[in-house]
Design a protein around this ligand. Structure first.
Ligand code: FES
Ligand code: FE
Length: 420
């Protein structure tokens, strides 16, 4: 089989337990992904807490397309294309700020933060221009789930709630209840990790429970947290395919088995007395204890939002072999002592003081080079196929280290790529 084809046949390249290397390297497949996935399905863009006030804005993206997420004077969040309708310059170069309009730096056209063209210099030169047609483009559908803002370029299709499904919604519900006020805030600022690798390596890796013991051995041995043991064949944690490409490493069975808060932030009175007190007041003693033992979810919402227990990672493909992960510490409303700890842990694990994400990135770049080699042509994803089973909610699950999550991602990917 040719590794680069001009008319890729997806059905030939994705089988139930293996994928062909060209799905990570073929430019024609990447262009098809933009059309069938990134510029069609719901994609996570940002969080409402990043634009709390009227006229706030923040620069975002859907795939390679730059966007501006604005909150208008009417309070409505919009996703504007950061592309001047005049001659394609980027109209906004700032990461974030507060303003009611944007002026393109090229020829000075000005747009309101709801996208309308307000005016251009020397207006007599455009006597026939219809201003109503010369506003900024907008993402067709914008929807929010508990503050998480998603956009879809398709005018119609499943609602955001349908796209998230029971599994995706449950992950966000579990996340927000970690706050005594039931809200997540994205206020800690973003780190950016760029890798010369295809975006799908990253999506697959986020809930791959097979690699942590090896790739992250150094950080686990230094941290001595016991977290690494969650990803072993002795663990009672499970890998779960939540459907629609969403996947999970569910660590709760193991946390419940040992019956103490062993999650990333080790919530207990000695470490976080104020937080624990507020949680008990908000939820009652028993429920608060349950929430703190279970910890936050480890869930990948296809195609680009990874809820990584104490951070979120937002995956952005730039090219077939180049991607960025935008990473920030989660902050929970009403929990300043926990939030301080989460910022420190983020800096020490995936920030400048830690190797957790850099170790993964090295794998992405090496595998990107690996799939270009002539033989073998396939990547094998069959671990645990013989023992995958349905849980009581009907989701396919496997042991902690099984590749049930990768198989779920590829099944959904194939459906999207083959859709009309
Ligand atoms: Fe924006 Fe000309 S490209 S004003
Ligand atoms: Fe990893």
């Amino acid at each position: 089989m040719e590794s680069q084809s001009s008319t890729p046949n997806i059905a030939d390249l994705i089988q139930s337990d293996r994928v062909h290397g060209s799905v990570y390297t073929d430019e024609a497949i990447f262009q098809l992904e933009l059309e069938k996935i990134w510029y069609k399905t719901w994609v996570y863009v940002g969080h409402a807490s990043e634009v709390p006030n009227a006229n706030d804005f923040v620069s975002k993206s859907i795939g390679p397309q730059p966007l501006i997420m604005t909150r208008g004077r009417d309070g409505v969040i919009r996703l504007l294309l950061n592309r001047c309708p005049h001659r394609a310059n980027q109209v906004c170069l700032q990461a974030k700020g507060n303003r009611g309009s944007f002026t393109c730096p090229y020829h000075g056209w000005t747009f309101s933060n709801s996208g309308e063209l307000r005016g251009f210099p020397f207006p007599d030169g455009y006597d026939t221009a219809d201003r109503s047609e010369l506003g900024l483009g907008q993402v067709n559908r914008v929807a929010e789930y508990k503050g998480f803002v998603f956009g879809s370029f398709a005018d119609e299709g499943p609602s955001l709630e349908e796209h998230l499904g029971a599994g995706g919604r449950d992950a966000i519900d579990r996340l927000v209840q970690t706050s005594p006020e039931g809200e997540v805030e994205i206020t800690a600022g973003f780190l950016q990790h760029r890798a010369k690798a295809n975006w799908k390596f990253i999506v697959e890796n986020e809930t791959d429970g097979y690699h942590p013991q090896f790739v992250h051995a150094s950080i686990f041995s230094i941290a001595k947290s016991g977290i690494g043991d969650l990803y072993s064949s002795d663990s009672t944690a499970v890998a779960r395919d939540l459907g629609d490409g969403h996947t999970e490493n569910d660590l709760r069975p193991e946390f419940r088995r040992i019956d103490k808060p062993m999650n990333w932030f080790g919530t207990n009175e000695a470490r976080l007395p104020d937080y624990v007190e507020k949680m008990k007041a908000a939820y009652g003693e028993e429920k608060a204890r349950e929430i703190m033992i279970d910890g936050t979810p480890h869930v990948m919402i296809f195609p680009n939002l990874f809820i990584a227990e104490i951070q979120i990672f937002v995956i952005q493909p730039l090219a077939v072999d180049e991607s960025i992960q935008h990473v920030t510490a989660l902050q929970f409303k009403g929990a300043p002592d926990l939030n301080r700890r989460l910022r420190q842990q983020t800096m020490g694990s995936v920030g400048p003081a830690g190797f957790l994400l850099a170790d993964d990135s090295e794998m992405y770049e090496r595998t990107q080079r690996g799939v270009k080699s002539k033989m073998p042509e396939w990547n094998y994803l069959g671990r645990g196929k013989h023992r995958e089973r349905r849980d009581e909610e009907g989701f396919m699950v496997g042991d902690a280290t099984d590749e049930v999550t990768s198989r779920g991602i590829w099944r959904h990917y194939r459906e999207l790529m083959e859709a009309e």
